[in-house]
Design a protein around this ligand. Structure first.
Ligand code: 4FV
Length: 256
């Protein structure tokens, strides 16, 4: 089981998100535990202040150090194992499936959600093990990024996804983008489902899916192909794709 301790001044933002579908069932099955912590509960002044003006001037406000330190100490004191402490910020390493798989091995995870212009630097220095960004853009708070991380990590915990094999087909899980999927009706507005998918010939279907995953990755994310561990069969499929896509192999922007 993974316990997520989420520190925010807007913990109610998470309620709806974690009370639906897969994440709701994962909590019911005891595979994940979500502990929503309101940082304001650790502010001791009568206005329960969690932010203040930046030293040196400048726009906006900064999250104060004391309430966050008290919250971390309180959670860490109660935790069974030493929590892995994450701060969501645009200055962090960009989140990806590899990181989601790694974090799914943890027992206790603290996720600090920033607001305003950010946090007092002493929090980063003393309390944070790693900083994670969900992308190169600036949000109003770290809550949405925290939801993204909890969702992606939870999917990698055995038993959370109904059918474990479904994660094997995930984009990025095997280093490639996903292959095209179809369901009924067999024909829609003249657009037919590829015949191969109706053959029941699993080897043929597997080959087609691998080829389409390679094609999509080559055309949309060639950078991923460099990282992906490709088989001899994959190279043959890529040859076919070059010819079908009229791609001059010489122009292939990378060698693998
Ligand atoms: C963010 C991101 C992000 C920065 C200022 C919250 C905001 C505000 N977090 N990936 N991109 N955070 O934009 O993780 O405090």
């Amino acid at each position: 089981m993974v316990t997520f301790h989420i520190l925010s001044i807007f913990p109610e933002m998470f309620v709806g998100v974690f009370q639906e579908s897969i994440l709701k069932r994962a909590q019911e099955k005891g595979l994940i535990k979500i502990n929503l912590v309101n940082i304001r509960n650790y502010a001791t002044d009568k206005h329960r202040t969690t932010d203040d003006y930046p030293y040196g001037g400048g726009p906006g406000m900064i999250m104060k150090v004391e309430p966050i330190f008290r919250a971390f100490y309180d959670i860490t004191a109660k935790a069974k194992t030493k929590p892995h402490r994450i701060f969501m910020s645009p200055q962090g390493k960009t989140f990806n499936q590899k990181k989601a798989i790694e974090l799914a091995e943890k027992k206790e995870i603290i996720i600090l959600c920033g607001r305003y212009e950010g946090i007092d630097e002493r929090i980063r220095e003393e309390l944070i093990d790693e900083e994670i960004s969900i992308g190169d853009y600036v949000l109003t708070g770290g809550e949405l990024p925290a939801m993204v991380v909890v969702d992606a990590v939870s999917r990698m915990i055995p038993g959370v996804l109904g059918d474990e094999s479904s994660k094997e087909d995930d984009s990025f899980y095997c280093g490639l983008l996903g292959y095209p999927q179809y369901t009924r009706p067999r024909e829609f507005q003249g657009k037919k489902v590829p015949d191969v998918l109706l053959t029941g010939n699993h080897a043929l279907i597997e080959r087609w899916r691998r080829k389409e995953a390679l094609r999509r990755t080559l055309l949309r994310r060639p950078d991923l192909l460099v990282e992906a561990d490709l088989t001899e069969e994959d190279y043959k499929l890529l040859e076919e794709i070059y010819n079908e896509e009229g791609i001059d192999e010489e122009k292939i922007p990378f060698r693998y």
